[in-house]
Design a protein around this ligand. Structure first.
Ligand SMILES: NC(=O)N[C@H]1NC(=O)NC1=O
Ligand SMILES: [Zn+2]
Ligand SMILES: [Zn+2]
Length: 446
């Protein structure tokens, strides 16, 4: 027997454990995984290297069509691939118009199929404007619905109030799709923002003060209550505090169907970094104190976090330049760095097992969103994998996303992505991309 490709000599990170084994790949799938493949075919020498499942980043804003100059499929997916990602789910905003119905879904799907280097799924929006379009979006193949519980930053994507959230969860439950919430209290964040404004506050500290942990906890609690009551599937994106993770995990113990995401920047940066670096690190919910970050890591190390995403959300330099911190775009460029943070801060820094790194970045998002061919190194699955030199220390200097303003520039990491393979094809390796490759649309249950 011969294969299209053999990955020989590597140490594989599989759900059953870390083991020395070879991969045999044919037709874009892993068809054999064994200690010593004897068959022939083109080979990749992975001796001394680790092979992990390709990252599935469940939280990305590529903003195309409509705001491609902020970030688009071409540059965004290069950054993702260089960071070890082989698939991602794109948020319904900040593309313009946002994905709120069939026409806007199809417009984005078309762009993705033309330009994405790796496979992609699309989130649909859940807003008070399109409650009657959720069936239509489900039919298109959205991987779930995304709702904001506070202002989204864009008036064209309004936040859900209590009734819209309740009705949206109810419909999504009938459709068996996940609802993802940006969980911050609109009442509290508005109130504190108004207070800061009238007091003339425009500093980093003023901004951080308008989005305290309690605003996250209040919204998380409410979303959990509704989801539990309705038997809906809830996904809490970018939890920024250990307390919010603990609250959600406790609800799951009681039977609420909830999955828990945090993002790399909450694990890597703190509020003190925002004070030093400014606009590059403005996001919502904001970066927290070192004590809150410690608690978040503790929750993650205890196995209470399911998914780590990037929430990659860049904007052009003019949206990131102002004396008034409140006027800046909120969003962090992180598409390339999630695996780096998990390997450096997690595995090397805190003893997070490689199996957990793979679960947080690939297996758990694949399972939660019904990506049956994704998420693990196992026979019968897509040959999506990343070759990593685990002991290699380096300074991140090459970034491939749209804008060069990036908080991870110059960061020292341990664990270098050498190459990324999507369905058996090398899409990234040592600074080079194969631009002939195109990703496919991913739908739940396929
Ligand atoms: N619209 C958008 O990208 N929002 C993201 N940015 C951010 O900092 N938090 C978000 O939810
Ligand atoms: Zn958000
Ligand atoms: Zn987001």
């Amino acid at each position: 027997m011969s294969f299209d490709l053999i990955v020989r000599g590597g140490t594989l990170v599989t759900p059953e454990g870390v083991r020395r084994a070879d991969l045999g790949i044919s037709g874009g799938q892993i068809v054999e995984l064994s200690e010593e493949l004897t068959a022939g075919g083109p080979e990749v020498d992975a001796t001394g290297l680790h092979v992990l499942p390709g990252v599935l980043d469940a939280h990305v804003h590529l903003n195309e069509p409509g705001r491609t100059h902020w970030e688009g499929f071409e540059t965004g997916t290069r950054a993702l691939a260089a960071g070890g990602a082989t698939s991602f789910f794109d948020m319904p905003l900040n593309s313009s118009p946002p994905v709120l119905d069939r026409a806007t879904f199809e417009a984005k799907r078309e762009r993705g199929e033309q330009k994405s280097l790796i496979d992609f799924g699309l989130w649909g929006g859940l807003t008070p404007l399109n409650l009657d379009r959720l069936d239509e979006l489900a039919d298109c193949g959205v991987i779930g619905f995304k709702a904001f519980m506070s202002h989204s930053g864009l008036d064209e994507f309004p936040a859900v109030d209590d009734t819209a959230l309740y009705e949206g969860l109810k419909t999504a439950a009938r459709l068996n799709l996940v609802v993802a919430t940006h969980a911050e209290s609109d009442n509290l964040t508005r109130h504190f923002t108004e207070q800061a404004r009238t007091g003339g506050g425009h500093s980093v500290r003023d901004y951080l003060g308008t989005r305290p942990v309690v605003a996250e906890l209040e919204a998380v609690q409410r979303a959990l209550l509704y989801a539990g009551e309705l038997g809906a599937r809830l996904h809490l994106v970018h939890l920024s505090s250990g307390a919010a993770v603990a609250m959600a995990f406790e609800a799951r113990q009681r039977g609420v169907d909830v999955s828990i995401e945090t993002c790399a920047h909450y694990l890597h940066f703190t509020d003190e970094d925002v004070e030093k670096m400014g606009a590059l690190l403005k996001c919502a919910p904001p970066l927290r104190s070192q004590a809150v970050q410690h608690h978040l890591w503790d929750e993650l190390l205890a196995g209470h976090v399911d998914i780590v995403g990037s929430d990659h959300s860049p904007a052009p330099p003019d949206r990131k330049t102002s004396e008034n911190f409140f006027a800046l775009w909120g969003g962090i460029s992180g598409a390339q760095s999630t695996l780096n943070v998990l390997l450096s801060g997690g595995h090397h820094g805190r003893g997070l097992p490689l199996e957990a790194v793979a679960a947080l970045s690939a297996l758990n998002p694949a399972r939660r969103f019904g990506m049956q061919r994704k998420g693990a190194l196992a026979t019968g699955l897509d040959a999506d994998f990343v070759v990593v030199d685990l002991g290699h220390e380096f300074e991140l200097t090459e970034l491939y996303d749209r804008w060069k303003q990036n908080p991870y520039l110059g960061v020292h990491f341990k664990g270098l992505v050498q190459a990324t393979y999507s369905r058996g094809r090398k899409v990234y390796g040592q600074g080079q991309f194969d631009d002939s490759v195109r990703g496919q649309l991913l739908r739940p249950g396929r």
